[in-house]
Design a protein around this ligand. Structure first.
Ligand SMILES: [Zn+2]
Length: 454
């Protein structure tokens, strides 16, 4: 017998925690944190106490109280007693927060499988992050086409294209037939052929169950569906308009989206500008160059890359003001003064939380600021208002250019009709019922309920 249980990603985008049980073998497909987790009780600096282990989470039912799942030291003082693991493995589809973050609670004895590239992302976050700690784990890495056998269950990870490298979908052979899990994916991205590989394998599998993401399953798709190449064209058009001038070009993108980094890199290269990145992003690149499949530039040897140091501690750019991991790029250092002096030489990645640097960089009015992320869902978003206040203050021109990491509604429909599974379980979506409009056999998961595959 094979069962599915959904503990996260139910009726919401993100937080996937899916339990698959087959003839006594129990595996988790992702173990992420919901973006809204605990929003009724926690906000800003009011957060669960790390000293109380899982106690603060259990108080508000923010994590399932399951025996044999969590690390022993996190259960101290809670009503759940520690037990030897009752789960066989955790499989992580990719390194996005909403798929991976709650791994930190899992018993380190339980094997954690992830892509080789995903492991590099996790290491970069822990070594150069803001206190990120995924906990100790018995890691086992895979690549596309590996076959991982756990008794009668066999899982094959297959690469997919998403807004972070090393993303996978899973094809799982169970005693009741094949189960396919999409993870997060898109068909319009620069590596769309990887998604196609996954879809083809899923079609061949003739699955009894397809667990499908549905981030962009909406009645009216309000957002533009740009490809990465269209984003590049948009950036180039902006650069064309200002080429002769000596304006700064500032941009921001999701820090793990290396495809978007490559887009800005290409644009900088064509227009003879250096690309200015943060020490944290340089550290991530340094990790990712170890994976030759990713084809990213080495921040040390690449002539186009400069690393931006903002003033810290003494305020005088003394080397000792910076963490050791930040200091390794000292040779590539650039400061606000240089960018202010020669704005036409650079394109700079400047995230919202570093906007105070604008006071030192002082870009000339009319300089473009390219917001290369999805627009906020909520129109009254306070950070968005503040972002625009800063841009207005400095007279910067706002542009928004973004290619989504997720399939459009049309792409989703096409994928599901092609795979033609016996049953679809929509996850990672606020609108699971919309799947019913184009496919008959939809099961809308309820949190914690056990579904038997037949
Ligand atoms: Zn994702």
């Amino acid at each position: 017998m094979t069962f599915l249980q959904f503990y996260g990603g139910v009726g919401e985008v993100g937080g996937n925690k899916i339990l698959l049980e087959d003839e006594g073998v129990k595996i988790w497909l992702d173990f992420g944190q919901s973006f809204k987790m605990g929003g009724d009780y926690f906000t800003g600096w009011l957060q669960p106490r790390s000293q109380n282990g899982l106690g603060d989470y259990f108080e508000f039912d923010l994590l399932p109280k399951l025996k044999g799942l969590y690390a022993e030291h996190l259960l101290e003082g809670t009503s759940l007693k520690y037990e030897e693991p009752r789960f066989d493995a955790v499989f992580i589809s990719h390194a996005h927060f909403d798929h991976v973050s709650h791994m930190c609670f899992i018993d380190p004895i339980i094997p954690t499988y992830c892509g080789s590239g995903t492991k590099l992302f996790l290491e970069a976050s822990e070594e150069a992050g803001l206190g990120t700690d995924y906990g100790a784990h018995n890691y086992r890495t895979f690549r596309t086409g590996f076959k991982i056998k756990l008794d009668g269950l066999e899982l094959t990870p297959i690469h997919v294209d998403h807004s972070i490298p090393a993303s996978y979908g899973f094809i799982i052979e169970t005693s009741s037939g094949m189960v396919v899990y999409t993870g997060d994916l898109r068909a319009h991205g620069p590596k769309h052929e990887m998604t196609e590989d996954f879809i083809k394998a899923a079609v061949e599998a003739e699955p009894v169950a397809l667990i499908s993401e549905g981030t962009r399953m909406d009645v009216n798709e309000k957002r533009k569906n740009l490809s990465e190449n269209e984003v590049l064209k948009g950036v180039e058009e902006i650069l064309d308009r200002i080429e002769a001038s000596s304006l700064s070009v500032l941009y921001t993108h999701n820090s793990r989206d290396t495809d978007r980094f490559s887009t800005f890199y290409k644009a900088a290269e064509s227009y003879g500008r250096c690309l200015v990145i943060s020490p944290r992003f340089a550290y991530l690149l340094l990790k990712l160059v170890k994976d030759e499949h990713l084809n990213l530039p080495d921040p040390f040897s690449d002539d186009l890359i400069r690393v931006y140091y903002r003033r810290k501690k003494s305020g005088k750019y003394s080397e000792t003001d910076y963490y050791e991991w930040e200091r390794i790029f000292w040779e590539k250092k650039i400061t606000a003064k240089e960018i202010r002096k020669h704005p036409g030489k650079y394109m700079m990645d400047l995230g919202f939380y570093n906007f105070t640097e604008l006071i030192d960089i002082r870009p000339k009015p009319g300089s473009p600021f390219i917001y290369s992320m999805s627009e906020p869902f909520d129109e009254s978003n306070i950070e968005d208002q503040i972002l625009h206040n800063w841009l207005d203050h400095f007279g910067l021109r706002y542009y928004q250019l973004h290619a989504s990491g997720h399939m459009s509604r049309k792409e989703l429909e096409e994928m599901i009709l092609r795979i033609n599974p016996k049953t679809v379980y929509p996850v990672h979506t606020e609108n699971p019922e919309l799947f019913r409009r184009f496919y008959d056999n939809i099961v809308i998961p309820k949190k914690g309920r056990k579904y038997t595959l037949i």
